[in-house]
Design a protein around this ligand. Structure first.
Ligand code: G4P
Length: 299
């Protein structure tokens, strides 16, 4: 499928409310000290929204690799190094686990060290730290904010001069500004679109399930052939097949046949995507860090 074909479907994955969210983020940038962009640790680059990169470029920012419990630990380390080498703050967490909030708190304090020191000198040591929390849909923003806020969760009143419609959450010394999940208009590649669909950020009905499964299988062939072979008992020759043939092989092995002995490739595709989402293949990261240009671009 060409990029043009993917982009023709923009309207479905970039609904009006997302354009509104981008405007809301931009309008509120002046009201915060730091921006936390949540990324999915399994696809850090595909989940990095270029529109958000652009909108936040003049603010201190921190990248939070969430769902690290589902990702490959060695690649998560590599990704953290990648961001750090590009001069960006980065912390890996699992928002579902206790302890993630304090990890993020200390990373924020590191990121805002200068500001906090300046405030202390001016006698404003107790000033509140205002944090905007952004990310793509389903990245775990609500889970993270609930964990960060714990029992103390409370909605702060709308502040003067702040656009209404988004939500402030007050936690101790922090004010978190919770923004709705947002995607961007044009994906650079089918790989990015499929990665976002694998993790449930784009609705399944936008990309064909067989296309999705093909994308998933071909990435697995590149990144984790051994996990694919192990899960579906594939021989080295079978593993070398094209993605479509491989889906047929896996479907046949699972007995997913229709009359005439043909493989029910739709059922096999649904099963593959479901098993990936349910972490049946173990801890997986689909992207390895590239050279540093993406983050450096707008530093
Ligand atoms: P959002 O606000 O960014 O849209 O995401 P949300 O917090 O609703 O999280 C989306 C899904 O991801 C939820 O699963 C949530 O439990 C899961 N999740 C969030 N953070 C983590 C994490 O660090 N690790 C893992 N393994 N999962 C995480 P769900 O199935 O949609 O809901 P639920 O059944 O868990 O409530």
């Amino acid at each position: 499928m060409s990029n043009e074909m993917i982009n023709r479907r923009n309207i479905q994955w970039f609904p009006g409310h997302m354009a509104k969210t981008l405007r809301l983020i931009e309008a509120n940038m002046k009201n915060v000290d730091v921006v936390l962009q949540l990324l999915d640790a399994r696809i850090p680059l595909s989940s990095l929204n270029p529109e958000l990169q652009n909108l936040t470029k003049n603010k201190p920012r921190l990248y939070v690799l969430n769902k690290a419990d589902l990702a490959d630990p060695s690649l998560t380390r590599a990704w953290k190094d990648y961001f750090h080498q590009a001069g960006a703050g980065c912390v890996a967490i699992s928002a579902k686990q206790k302890g993630s909030a304090s990890q993020v708190r200390s990373a924020i304090e590191d990121e805002l060290k200068d500001l906090i020191e300046r405030r202390a000198v001016k006698g404003m040591a107790g000033a509140r730290i205002r944090v905007m929390v952004i990310g793509i849909p389903n990245v775990g923003k609500s889970t993270f904010i609930n964990n960060f806020a714990g029992q103390a969760r409370a909605k702060a009143a709308d502040k003067p001069g702040v656009t209404r419609g988004k939500q402030w959450v007050t936690v101790g010394n922090y004010d978190l500004l919770d923004m709705p999940g947002v995607l961007w208009k044009k994906f650079d590649s089918l790989e990015i679109a499929t990665n976002l669909a694998f993790i449930g950020s784009i609705k399944d009905d936008i990309l064909d399930i067989e296309e999705l499964a093909m994308g998933l299988v071909s990435q697995m062939q590149q990144v984790y052939p051994e996990k694919l072979a192990e899960r579906y008992k594939l021989s080295p020759e079978q593993l070398e097949q094209g993605a479509w043939e491989l889906i047929e092989t896996i479907g046949r092995k699972r007995g997913m046949l229709i009359s005439g002995g043909e493989v029910n490739t739709e059922r096999a595709s649904i099963m593959l995507v479901d098993e990936f989402r349910a972490s049946k293949w173990g801890r997986i990261t689909l992207e390895t860090p590239p050279r540093r240009e993406i983050v450096e671009d707008d530093q």
